[in-house]
Write a protein that binds this ligand. Structure first.
Ligand code: SF4
Ligand code: SF4
Length: 249
């Protein structure tokens, strides 16, 4: 099938889906229509711009609630073997060089950069930005070249080397081996009016180290937090404009 044929089919599919009830897996196609063919869809034009703040002062080193919840929610491949396991969110420990200063634990995930190099290098427009600023991968278009993995300075993407037998959540589409995957901010949950699974798990654990919301909404908790406490993105000097901020680091 040529690329032109695929585009025609996608457009036809989108037209059919426009009047249909949303089924599991449709979110990605709809987002593709919104986001455009692999181009950055000027998230600032959208009313909503999802973002996250992580307070490293509240995140404890041993806690893995967010990583476990993400794995279950998103069918992230896990075999108990680093060679094959996927990672959409992982915990890191920062150890300061200053004597006596305490180390910090923090989750790392896709920053949904507003200027995403992963998207710029994708040769088949499989990586795209949704209307609300979430950077997504169309698993049907991805050819597994892994240019995006090399381009992402945050190491937020993993390659599906081996396909798991079981998928715990039918709301999230399966990824076949041979494609690249990463955090979606749980776009399928946001579209249902729910929080990302990691944030919900962190809240339930009592740590409440994550704040998630609309960066454009002056009434939102995250908007006020950023204005008042000025959390920082990791390596903001690179100019990628990450939408995950950290305080306490
Ligand atoms: S963190 Fe990496 S994968 Fe996520 S949008 Fe930025 S460059 Fe792309
Ligand atoms: S691995 Fe997939 S998403 Fe990444 S650059 Fe290649 S085709 Fe694009």
């Amino acid at each position: 099938m040529t690329d032109m044929d695929r585009r025609g089919l996608l457009k036809a599919g989108i037209a059919v889906l426009a009047g249909a009830a949303l089924a599991p897996g449709v979110t990605l196609i709809r987002a593709f229509a919104d986001g455009g063919e692999g181009t950055s869809s000027s998230p600032s034009a959208s009313k909503i711009r999802w973002g996250m703040v992580i307070d490293a002062n509240k995140c404890t080193e041993k806690c893995q609630e967010c990583t476990n919840a993400c794995r279950t929610e998103n069918n992230v491949p896990f075999f108990g073997d680093e060679r094959w396991d996927g990672h959409w969110i992982r915990k890191a420990t920062l150890t300061p060089e200053i004597e006596g200063a305490r180390s910090r634990s923090l989750p790392l995930l896709c920053n949904h950069c507003e200027n995403p190099p992963c998207q710029h290098v994708c040769p088949v427009a499989a990586t795209f930005t949704r209307h609300d600023g979430i950077v997504m991968i169309d698993k049907h278009r991805c050819i597994g070249c892994r240019y995006c993995m090399a381009a992402c300075p945050y190491k937020a993407r993993t390659y599906v080397f081996k396909q798991p037998d079981a998928w715990s959540n039918p709301d999230v589409p399966k990824r076949d081996k041979g494609v690249v995957e990463k955090c979606t901010f749980c776009a399928h949950r946001l579209d249902q009016g729910r929080l990302p699974a990691c944030v919900e798990a962190c809240n339930k654990s009592g740590e409440k180290a994550m704040i998630f919301g609309d960066l454009n909404d002056p009434k939102s908790e995250i908007y006020k937090y950023i204005r008042e406490l000025s959390p920082k993105g990791i390596r903001e000097d690179m100019g990628l404009k990450p939408k995950v901020y950290y305080s306490g680091i």
